[in-house]
Write a protein that binds this ligand. Structure first.
Ligand code: MG
Ligand code: MG
Length: 273
């Protein structure tokens, strides 16, 4: 069931998104070669808790898996998503996706950014740019009267036409009083299909894009999802309110991009589709 949010609820989600953004900004300040992913995780957890947030991923359960141990999902190079923070020391040239979730006053925030650690290869930079642009393409379709498949097809077409692999096994989602709500928002699909979008739906749109194969494998830890071919993957995520005429993006990368040399234009440039 899809829950249409009131403006009061959207205000709460806006506050949750803002807290995630500021936590990601703190993380961004500390990303450099020599830092461990566990250190970044501790920074994010401290920040969220200091601001009355509860880390939403920590203790998250899926089936019989052990609960997720981190505040962040930290996914390096060929890890697509759900990497567990730990002793890994970031290296010059790594691609690092950081996903952060919070619950604040009963409402969830959840979004992600892929960082370059030091300077990265042309190939990795291009992968990031295409994934980021695909996110904006998807976001632009989150308009009243469109369908979920319009978002999905926009992301898929943008990436596949450029030779990249679109992950099928993991999808975006609704968000609200739960971290994952209906509808599912796949990054692949057909225009004009799927659930109709209505004003007040709140969606996490999150392309997970691989340099080549769309296939993924999961590590024995049950969480860490990697590309099947070992090539890099990128992941960006926004929280969006479906509106009439133009979507409203609740999340912002501004807190992040003030600390890094962002190779992309900020999210203001959401085109209409
Ligand atoms: Mg999400
Ligand atoms: Mg996320």
């Amino acid at each position: 069931m899809v829950h249409i949010k009131s403006e009061r609820e959207i205000d709460r989600l806006r506050a949750s998104a803002d807290l995630v953004g500021r936590a990601l900004g703190e993380v961004a300040r500390h990303i450099r070669p020599g830092v461990t992913t566990a250190e970044l995780d501790a920074i994010a957890e401290d920040y969220l808790r200091t601001h009355n947030g509860r880390p939403a991923f920590k203790g998250y359960r899926v089936g019989n898996l052990p609960p997720f141990p981190g505040t962040l999902c930290v996914s390096v190079n060929d890890v697509v998503v759900h990497g567990i923070p730990g002793p890994y020391v970031l290296q010059e040239g790594d691609l690092l996706s950081v996903d952060c979730g919070v619950e604040l006053d009963g409402y969830y925030g959840d979004y992600a950014y892929t960082f370059a650690v030091g300077s990265i290869s042309e190939e990795k930079a291009a992968l990031c740019r295409v994934t980021y642009e695909a996110l904006l393409e998807g976001v632009a379709r989150a308009v009243h009267g469109h369908r979920v498949g319009d978002i999905s097809a926009a992301v898929q077409d943008y990436c596949e036409s450029r030779g990249y692999g679109v992950v099928r096994d993991l999808v975006g989602h609704g968000i609200g009083r739960k971290l994952h709500e209906d509808p599912q928002v796949p990054n692949f699909g057909r225009r004009g299909t799927g659930r109709k979008l209505k004003e007040g739906m709140t969606l996490c749109i999150e392309p997970m894009i691989n340099q080549r194969t769309p296939e993924v494998v999961t590590d024995p830890d049950g969480w860490t999802v990697r590309t099947a071919d070992g090539l890099p993957s990128a992941h960006y995520e926004h929280m969006v309110v479906v509106r009439r005429g133009q979507p409203e993006v609740l999340s912002t990368f501004a807190y992040i991009e003030e600390h890094i040399e962002a190779p992309y234009t900020a999210e203001a440039q959401v085109s209409h589709g």
